[in-house]
Design a protein around this ligand. Structure first.
Ligand SMILES: CC(C)[C@H](C(=O)O)[C@@H](O)C(=O)O
Ligand code: SF4
Length: 469
């Protein structure tokens, strides 16, 4: 048998049936359900009078629409309240687990899956949400699906899919001080483009990945979709097992030992071949900032706003000009001089405990600039409680940040937290297209440390210069 990759192995172990057109029916072990993409799937079940085949394979939680403050009060009447109550009643009707918004397990689907040990190496995991690739950090085969596919999973626990091509991204070297995995993934997307991973399942490998914490690996895999790939995976290792051990839904006792032995066998064989290989030396990277309206439009903070006139390709020139017009930026301006109005530290990319620790370290003993409104939104109640136990909330509050309850918040304009037209935001989220954080809002993507530095100085800032003051 020829050598296999991690992706090949997990795929193979889930094939129920193969079709002549090259697609396979694969078994889906786990399904996360949120309020925005699930209503149609539940409605489909009702219309066809179907039940859920394996209720224990699903976990539902409302994260996108929920407010991040005043959660002790009933949700005000409106779309959010309807979306949340519909998810709750659908979960009750079909008998699947539901996590209420004030529960200690609440949070963004992609943050709580791993926290609960619902996300496991070697499992297939789906959700009606494009950032499901996050869970690939554990060596799960995880990807986002559409509403009709959610319905299919509910009814059959299987999905017909075509295998992707195989791509390996090797990250070598040590990440320098002041630089984080967010800068690594932005640099990669800057290099290969938002279509760079199209049609491919990415495996992240190399010494830098082995050295990363699970939180960092999740940030990395989370933005695979911004690189065009629905799948981003990391082979499970001791770091993975240490994170999962003792989690509520992880195996225990003798099952744990058997699981670890199986998980170790999933690593890509030494002689396996990839359809595409990309290598990036992370030791040469600087902190990055997106300046435009796609994640690929990003540069080191030491750079300047690009000049469309310097671009020879007419369509690229037009694209840059349009981005700059929307972002309200003049060519040639140093990025580190751009003033900001808002700071958002949160989202399934960067709202885990390590992210908050990094940001708090920058913020400690300093004040948010008077022109800036800044919020920290922990990705889950678990992260919030951990941060509070460590006193991080006090650090943020003392500096002038607002400390919120868990949810997607200002990552996506589907709840109360959003930008006003023209407002410029330093954001730790993953998408920066026009209107993403609110109509007319201007998003600059960056790491938590960089967002914290921007909050303090009131402009885009190289965190390395701030900490050396
Ligand atoms: C609302 C949801 C379906 C959407 C997604 O698929 O990713 C959202 O989470 C996003 O980040 O844009
Ligand atoms: S935090 Fe943002 S990117 Fe993540 S699931 Fe929510 S809306 Fe999507």
């Amino acid at each position: 048998m020829s050598a296999l990759t991690l992706y090949d192995k997990v795929w193979r172990q889930h094939v129920v049936k193969s079709y002549e057109d090259g697609s396979d029916l694969i078994y889906i072990d786990r399904h996360l359900v949120q309020e925005v993409s699930s209503p149609q799937a539940f409605a489909g079940l009702v219309a066809q009078n179907r039940t859920i085949r394996r209720p224990d394979a699903h976990v539902s939680v409302a994260d996108h629409a929920v407010p991040t403050r005043h959660r002790d009060r009933p949700l005000p009447d409106g779309l959010a309240a309807r979306q949340v109550s519909r998810l709750e009643s659908n979960a009750a009707r079909f008998g699947i687990p539901y996590i209420p918004i004030n529960d200690r397990r609440h949070g963004i689907v992609h943050v709580i899956g791993p926290e609960l040990g619902f996300t496991l190496p070697g499992a297939t995991l789906v959700c009606g949400d494009s950032h499901t690739c996050t869970h690939g950090a554990f060596g799960a085969l995880a990807f986002g699906i559409g509403s009709s596919e959610c319905e299919c999973i509910f009814a059959t626990q299987t999905l017909r899919q075509k295998k992707q091509k195989r791509m390996r991204v090797v990250l070598d070297g040590a990440i320098p001080a002041g630089v984080t995995v967010k800068d690594v993934i932005l640099a990669l997307i800057g290099e290969i483009g938002t279509g760079g991973g199209n049609g491919h399942a990415i495996e992240f490998a190399g010494s830098a990945v082995r050295a990363m914490s699970m939180e960092a690996r999740m940030t990395l895999c989370n933005m695979s979709i911004e690189a065009g790939s629905r799948v981003g995976m990391v082979a499970p290792d001791d770091t993975t097992f240490a994170y999962l051990k003792g989690r509520p839904l992880a195996p225990s006792g003798a099952d744990w030992d058997a699981a670890v032995a199986h998980w170790r066998s999933l690593a890509t064989d030494a002689d396996a071949v990839f359809d595409r290989e990309v290598t990036l030396d992370v030791s040469a990277l600087s902190p990055r900032i997106s300046w435009g309206t796609t994640p690929e439009e990003n540069l080191p903070i030491t750079g300047r706003v690009p000049d469309p006139a310097a671009e020879s390709d007419p369509s690229r020139r037009a694209r840059i000009a349009r981005s700059l017009a929307y972002m309200g930026l003049e060519p040639g301006r140093p990025l580190a001089e751009i003033p900001i109005d808002r700071v958002f530290i949160g989202s399934c990319t960067n709202s885990r405990i390590e992210d908050l620790r990094l940001a708090a370290k920058v913020v400690a003993g300093r004040q948010v600039a008077p022109n800036v409104a800044a919020i920290v939104v922990p990705g889950s109640a678990g992260v919030r409680l951990q941060a509070e136990a460590e006193g991080l909330d006090a650090v943020f509050r003392a500096a002038g940040f607002e400390w919120r309850d868990s949810g997607c918040s200002m990552c996506v304009a589907m709840n109360d937290d959003r930008l006003s037209p023209g407002e410029r935001c330093a954001s730790t989220s993953n998408r920066n297209f026009e209107g993403r954080q609110g109509q007319g809002g201007r998003t600059h993507l960056m790491s938590p440390a960089m967002a914290a530095a921007a909050a303090i100085s009131g402009r885009l800032t190289d965190v390395r210069t701030l900490s050396s003051r």
